[in-house]
Unconditional design. Sequence first.
Length: 99
Amino acid sequence: MFIVLYAADILLISPSVCMLEKLVRICGHELDQINMVIDVETSCCLRIGPRNDFSCDAIRTNNGVAIRWVNELRYLGIFIVRSRNFKCSLTNAKKFFYC
């Protein structure tokens, strides 16, 4: 399991969905200690690996709110997409360049 932090942006990485849920609950508990919560409006989950297209149950925060599953997420300006292997999308970056 890994936690990547940059300012207020947190990226949780785990080898399985079960471990991700455990990591979310641990982070939620720590945030509770400092009177903060996970913002589920801006949070999301994404699967990478051989079973990336299998549906999963919702991962829930400590107060029972579900975090949505997505096909693409943005972290520090990089768009990471759901796929068998780690993959970034350049589609959004290409919009800013003209030929």
